[in-house]
Write a protein that binds this ligand. Structure first.
Ligand code: ZN
Length: 292
């Protein structure tokens, strides 16, 4: 079965970048991701523009995607974000729940319990509005402020949000501390409590991003978040670094016998294009090394 690559570059890749990327370049990034084989793309986040100025053009980005064929995903944290996402016309919302109280309060002003309760209010509203709705459990593999995240805590969060019927549950290594053994253990445990499709989200902070993706897919994840060129980072996590690079992940999956709908050549071309837009060498390796 094909592994789905969800491009998160327009959102996670650019939200913390030192410079604001023009709206038309963000739209082009989404179009290029679709052309490379990603159907679902996390196109923006509906958060307060004062908190994440790089994504202040959320509505304009979605409006510019009219005929692109993308299934656009907007990240939300609260009811205001959901209202904006519905009005903008995204196909799907992704509700974030942080598995750590300290991180949750810094990221979105909510404890884990408050974020779970909010997710349980938001998901039915999103579904009523005809949107797909998924949940990302952030800091699943560790927190910059509280250290290790107990697996029992992750399982409780997943069980609590399942009551709201998410279309998919994502487990996110927001700060890039996971290792493959842990990834396999956590995904296997979560797989045992739900039939919902599982998605993984890794940052390559400690150079284990692609290895963690392979471990997650081996343990049942059917969708993988990745960012063109390996850009990215959370504004509220100290020393945050990039997501796993789309082109690196496509290479790792294809060479490991997992088909995707992606073209490696097009993914590499997109990474080089984005590096040109930003005027910098992107962190991903395949745009330098090429395929094999
Ligand atoms: Zn992330």
């Amino acid at each position: 079965m094909s592994v789905e690559i969800i491009e998160v570059g327009p959102r996670d890749g650019l939200q913390n970048h030192p410079r604001f990327v023009a709206t038309f370049d963000k739209i082009e990034l989404v179009r290029r991701a679709v052309a490379a084989g990603s159907r679902r793309v996390e196109v923006t986040s509906f958060v307060h523009p004062a908190k994440v100025p790089n994504l202040a053009d959320a509505e304009q980005v979605v409006a510019g995607l009219g005929d692109s064929g993308v299934d656009s995903i907007g990240v939300i944290m609260n009811a205001r974000g959901l209202d904006r996402a519905i009005a903008a016309g995204v196909a799907e919302v992704n509700v974030v729940v942080l598995a750590s109280d300290t991180f949750g309060q810094r990221n979105q002003g909510m404890t884990t319990a408050e974020a779970v309760a909010e997710a349980r209010r938001l998901l039915p509203r999103a579904h009523d509005a005809g949107l797909r709705a998924s949940v990302t459990v952030g800091a699943t593999f560790g927190c910059p402020f509280e250290g290790e995240t107990p697996l029992s805590r992750v399982l409780h969060i997943v069980e609590d949000v399942l009551a709201a019927g998410p279309d998919e549950v994502a487990l996110a290594d927001t700060i890039g501390v996971a290792v493959p053994e842990q990834v396999e253990r956590v995904f296997t445990a979560v797989r045992a409590v739900t039939d919902a499709p599982l998605r993984c989200h890794f940052h390559n902070t400690r150079n284990l991003g692609s290895a963690n993706v392979l471990a997650a897919v081996g343990a049942g994840a059917t969708a993988v978040d990745a960012s063109v060129g390996g850009l990215g980072g959370c504004p509220f996590a100290p020393n945050a670094t990039g997501n796993v690079a789309t082109e690196d992940v496509v290479y790792a999956l294809h060479r490991s016998g997992y088909p995707t709908t992606m073209s490696l050549d097009a993914a590499i071309d997109n990474a080089r294009w984005l590096g040109g837009v930003l005027g910098e060498q992107v962190p991903g390796l395949l745009s330098r090394a090429g395929g094999f």
